[in-house]
Ligand binder design. Structure first.
Ligand SMILES: Cc1cc2nc3c(=O)[nH]c(=O)nc-3n(C[C@H](O)[C@H](O)[C@H](O)COP(=O)(O)OP(=O)(O)OC[C@H]3O[C@@H](n4cnc5c(N)ncnc54)[C@H](O)[C@@H]3O)c2cc1C
Length: 365
C-alpha cells in the first residue's frame, strides 16, 4: 500500500498520525512552506453542538488517539444580541491557535509525526493517482472535490478578522449576533493569549448580502466589541477571506481517494465549526486503509450533524434582530443555562428537529 496525503492541515496530519500508528508511512504533500502557513487566528471546539463528543479534546484523545495541545478550556461565553446579553457558564469547549504560530495545533500535530512533509509541493491530484494506491484529499479548499463533481456547495461565507491587543481572560469567549454588522452571521472574539485576541465577523454571501461592504460592517462592529469589553483594543494584524465554501461531499470516497476535512464536508453550516470533524475524518480514512473500519459508515454521524446544522442555518436566515434578542434573552433563563450544560442532550439535533417544520425542510441529505 502506498498512500499520498495532499495537505498537511488538521485532517491530513490526523490521517498521517493514525496511519503511522498502524505501520503505514504516508507521503505528505503540502503547498505551504510550513504547516499552518497563513495568518494567525484563534478557533474553538464548541462542545455544546459537537456530537458524539461533548468534550471534543478528550473524545479525540480517548476515542480517536489524537492528542491536542495547547488548548484552553472555555468556561464563559458572552452572547450579545442587538439589545440583550447572555453570559453562559460551564465546560463549554476549548480554544486553540491556528496558522503561523509556534503554538498552533498543526505545529503540535507535526511534532508528533515521523513522516516527512514535502513542502512547497506543486504535485497535482492526477499525478498522485498515477503513483499511489491511495490518495487522501486534505487540501482544506474544495477545488478537487468540486472538479470531480463530488461536492454539494450549500453556501459561501465572507470573513474579516483582526488580531487585537488588550487584556483577555483565556477562558472566556464572546459572540455577537446582529444583522446590522453580521447579517445572518455572527461576530466573535477568542483570546490567543492574555494580551492578544482574534476578532472576526463572518456572514454568508447570500443575494441579500450582495451589496454589503465588509469594511462598513467592521466599522460598526469593532466599536461595539470595544464597548462591550470596556477596552480600547488596538488592531495589530488582519485578514479577509471571500467565498469560503461550506458544503458536503456526495461520496466520502471515490475508488481509493478519500475526501477528508473540508473536502469531506466537515464545516458545520450553522456556526462554521470544522475542526472536530476534520480531525475525525482524517482518523477514519486511516482506519479504513488499515482495515479497521468502513470510511462511509464511520462518517455517517458527521453527515447527520451537517444535515442538522444546515437546518439551523436555514432557520437563522429567517430571523431578524428582534428574534435574535428573544433567543439571547431565553438563553439567559434557568432553562437556557441548564440546556447549555446538559451533557445527555444533543442540542444540534434537538433544535434541528424542532425547527424542521418551521423552515419547511424535512430532509436535506
Ligand atoms: C477564519 C476561520 C475561522 C475558523 N474558526 C473555526 C472555529 O472556531 N472552530 C472550528 O471548529 N472550525 C473553524 N474553522 C474551520 C476549520 O478551520 C476547518 O474546518 C479545518 O481547519 C479544516 O481542516 P482541513 O484539514 O480540511 O484543512 P486545513 O487545516 O486548512 O489544511 C489544509 C492544508 O492543505 C494545504 N493545501 C491546500 N491546497 C493544497 C494542494 N493542492 N496540495 C497540497 N497541500 C495543499 C494547505 O496549505 C493547508 O496546509 C475556521 C475556518 C476559518 C477560515
Amino acid at each position: 500500500m502506498k498512500v499520498a496525503i495532499m495537505g498537511a492541515g488538521l485532517s491530513g496530519l490526523a490521517c498521517a498520525l493514525t496511519l503511522e500508528k498502524h505501520g503505514i508511512i504516508p507521503d505528505i504533500y503540502e503547498t505551504g512552506a510550513q504547516v499552518g502557513d497563513r495568518f494567525v487566528y484563534a478557533e474553538i471546539f464548541f462542545g455544546v453542538t459537537a456530537r458524539p463528543a461533548r468534550d471534543c479534546v478528550t473524545y479525540l484523545a480517548n476515542e480517536l488517539g489524537i492528542y491536542l495541545n495547547p488548548v484552553y478550556m472555555i468556561r464563559t461565553m458572552s452572547i450579545h444580541g442587538p439589545g440583550e446579553t447572555a453570559v453562559m457558564e460551564g465546560s463549554l469547549g476549548h480554544s486553540n491557535i491556528r496558522g503561523r504560530h509556534e503554538k498552533a495545533l498543526e505545529k503540535h500535530l507535526q511534532q508528533q509525526l515521523q513522516s516527512p512533509i514535502r513542502f512547497r509541493s506543486q504535485v497535482t491530484y492526477e499525478e498522485l493517482l498515477e503513483d499511489y494506491t491511495h490518495v487522501v484529499v486534505a487540501t482544506g479548499e474544495t477545488t478537487i472535490a468540486r472538479r470531480l463533481k463530488n461536492y454539494d456547495l450549500a453556501l459561501t461565507v465572507s470573513m474579516k478578522g483582526c488580531t487585537v491587543s488588550g487584556s483577555f481572560d483565556l477562558n472566556r469567549v464572546y459572540t455577537w449576533l446582529n444583522d446590522a454588522y453580521c447579517p445572518k452571521g455572527y461576530g466573535y472574539l477568542i483570546p490567543l493569549s492574555e494580551k492578544e485576541a482574534s476578532v472576526v465577523i463572518a456572514y454568508p454571501d447570500y443575494p441579500l448580502n450582495q451589496n454589503v461592504d465588509i469594511h462598513s460592517l467592521w466599522d460598526k462592529f469593532f466599536p461595539r466589541v470595544c464597548s462591550d469589553l470596556q477596552q480600547a483594543l488596538t488592531v495589530t494584524d488582519g485578514f479577509e477571506i471571500n467565498h469560503y465554501p461550506i458544503g458536503i461531499s456526495r461520496d466520502s470516497r471515490i475508488g481509493n481517494t478519500f475526501f477528508v476535512g473540508n473536502n469531506f464536508g466537515s464545516i458545520m453550516p450553522f456556526l462554521g465549526f470544522g475542526q472536530f470533524s476534520s480531525l475525525a475524518t482524517g482518523v477514519y480514512a486511516a482506519w479504513d486503509m488499515c482495515g479497521l473500519g468502513d470510511y462511509g459508515k464511520l462518517t455517517r454521524p458527521l453527515r447527520k450533524s451537517y444535515d442538522n446544522s444546515l437546518i439551523l442555518r436555514k432557520a437563522m436566515e429567517q430571523i431578524g434582530n428582534d428574534q435574535l434578542d428573544s433567543i439571547v434573552k431565553w438563553l439567559d433563563t434557568p432553562v437556557g443555562h441548564k440546556l447549555f450544560n446538559m451533557k445527555q442532550v444533543d442540542l444540534l439535533r434537538a433544535a434541528s428537529y424542532l425547527l424542521r417544520p418551521w423552515v419547511g425542510i424535512k430532509s436535506l441529505v
